[in-house]
Structure formats: C-alpha cells, structure tokens
Design a protein around this ligand. Sequence first.
Ligand SMILES: NC(=O)c1ccc[n+]([C@@H]2O[C@H](COP(=O)([O-])OP(=O)(O)OC[C@H]3O[C@@H](n4cnc5c(N)ncnc54)[C@H](OP(=O)(O)O)[C@@H]3O)[C@@H](O)[C@H]2O)c1
Length: 336
Amino acid sequence: MTSSQQIVLATRPHGHVKNTDFRHEETPVPPVETGGIEIETLQISIDPAIRGWLDDRPSYLPPVAIGAPVRAFGIARVTASRNGDFPEGTLVRGLVGWQQRQVIAAPDANWQKIQPATGVPLEYHLGILGMTGLTAWAGINDILRPQPGQTVLVSGASGAVGSVAVQLAKVAGARVIGIAGGAEKSDMVTSLGADAVIDRKDPHWRALLRRAVPDGIDRLFENSGGPMFEAAIDLLNDHARIALCGLIDGYNLPERPAGPSNFGMLLTKRVTTQGFIVLDYMDRATAVEADLAKLITTGKLAAVQTVLPGFGQLPGAFIDTFSNSRPGKVIVDIQG
Ligand SMILES: NC(=O)c1ccc[n+]([C@@H]2O[C@H](COP(=O)([O-])OP(=O)(O)OC[C@H]3O[C@@H](n4cnc5c(N)ncnc54)[C@H](OP(=O)(O)O)[C@@H]3O)[C@@H](O)[C@H]2O)c1
C-alpha cells in the first residue's frame, strides 16, 4: 500500500495562524474500489479563505475537523482509476486538501476536469483561469458592472483577486483606483493599468484616497474590510454598488470585528451591497475561463503569481499570506 504525506489541523487557531496549529502526518492510501479513483496532487492554491474554514463557526462550508487534512483547492492527476469518467492521467481541479495522494470513492461534479491549452501554464487553472479569476469576474462583470467613465475602487488590489479585478474594471472602461500595501505593490498595481493607487501604509492614505476620487466612488470591489472599507463608504456616491468579496483585515482577529461605524450611509446613499461566494458561480466557470483566456491572449489581462516548489512550503506559504509578502496569486507546486 502506498502512503501519503498530509498536513492536518492540530488545533483551532486563536488569532494569528501559526505553525503549531498544524501537524505533519504520513498516512496509508487505501486501494481503489469500483467507481473510485486515486489522485496525486500537483498544485495547491494558497487562499486567505482557508483561515475562515479553520474556525468553528457557521459559514458557507463546515469547519475543517481537528485531525483532518487542511481544506484547499488544487489540481491533481488521476493515478489509478476504476471509474470510466475519470481515466488514468485525467487532470482534475477540486478540494484536494493539503495532502499528496488520496482515494476518492465516488468522484462527482465537484471534481472538474481540466485540459490546459498548449502554452498555458498549469497554475493559471488555479489562479487567473481558476477560482481567482472567476471571483474577480463575478465581482466586476456580474455584480458591479461598471460603465465607462465610472470610478471603481478595488481594495486588496495587489492580491490574487484584486490584481485581476483591477484589470477587468479597466477592460470595462472604468477609472480604476487600487489600494495596496507599500511602494512596490503599488507600482505593480499601477503597471496593471490602475489610474491611481493608494498605499495603505502611507500615514496620509485617507487624504490620498479622498484626492484620488474627486467625483466619488461608483463601484467598490471590497477585499479587505477594516478602516479602508469605512473610508470608502464615506466616499461612495448615491446608488453606488459594493461587491463584498472578502474581509481579510479581520481574519486573524480572535473575535470577528464589528461592522463599519458608518453602516447607516449604505441606507442614506441607497447603496446596493452584495456579498458573494465564488462557489455559486461554478456553473459559469467554463464560459468565464474562455473569456479570461481570450483577454490574456489579446494582452488585456496579465497573471501576477508566485509558484513555490515543494510540499514543504506548507503551511508556511499559507501563514505568510497574512504578512503580505508576495503580490498576486500564490501556488504551491508540490512536485516541484
Ligand atoms: N467571496 C469569494 O468567493 C472569495 C473568493 C476568493 C477570495 N475571497 C476573498 O477576497 C480577498 C482577496 O483574496 P485573494 O485570494 O486575492 O488573497 P491575497 O492574494 O492574499 O490578497 C489579499 C490582499 O489583501 C491585502 N491585505 C492583507 N491584509 C490586509 C489588511 N489588513 N487590510 C487591507 N488589505 C489587506 C494584501 O495586499 P496589500 O498588502 O498590498 O494591501 C493582499 O495582497 C480575501 O479577503 C479573500 O478571503 C473571496
């Protein structure tokens, strides 16, 4: 019997996630029964959302159980199959978790088959052509739908989702303002086409933000929450729209923070606010992937990503995501 390395949740994190919240284990991989497949993980997506899945509180997915491999999206290859729909060698994308190998007794539609086009790096199917791209597309093209000339603010603009959202808002003809942390990431967001970037580490960021949106904000792609979200609400125009994508500012706090103190402005300004979860867009994933691939081919969309080699990058790559060391999408290539 073969075995698999995995990283399991050892204890529920309290506040900032740390190495000791996880445990490395080696576990046997059972034989494949009729209808089942064995897969080997190739790449794992690093997502801040994983932090929320480690907490024991009601959410859109159940909490990761203590002792279970940490839940994560990834790409895997079928290495043994007793299921005609998933022959050996098929590439699949789904919740592979932080583990090298596993048997799936009854693979269903949650395991999407992928066929990378010639010249398209595999990791794009986890990032810009995967959940990350789909999330940005849902927020910009389905929820916000900015009109040419409108002002769109994207927080977390240097991140995986934000870097795609900035570019999609530009494609829509909007004036795009990004929020990023530090000069280097701000320059990167400018290079993606943003008309202005606010460095959230600048002590004068509030004044800079106000100056960057002289006509107010029409559309807000919200990735961060926290003080910048509150400042953005102050600057929203009447009948503005918010795509509420993420609230990373609060993910590592022991208690969920209270909402913005100016919440009432959403009422007085008649703001449409829509929270969304990318999993609700899975039925559109193939069509969106084709749209995004076309934008990449025509030079209107660029991937910002870092691929880290080796299973040993876990859990460090995930912990690092909250210290904001790397711009764009981070992927662990566990065979690397
Ligand atoms: N709704 C959904 O279905 C869905 C799907 C995917 C992701 N998300 C959410 O979308 C957000 C972005 O995800 P991602 O995959 O792009 O993550 P990411 O690549 O880690 O990017 C997050 C960015 O947020 C910024 N940031 C970090 N801490 C911050 C803070 N305290 N205040 C303000 N900005 C902060 C960082 O950029 P700077 O340091 O440059 O500011 C970082 O690059 C997250 O909140 C995530 O949970 C939601």
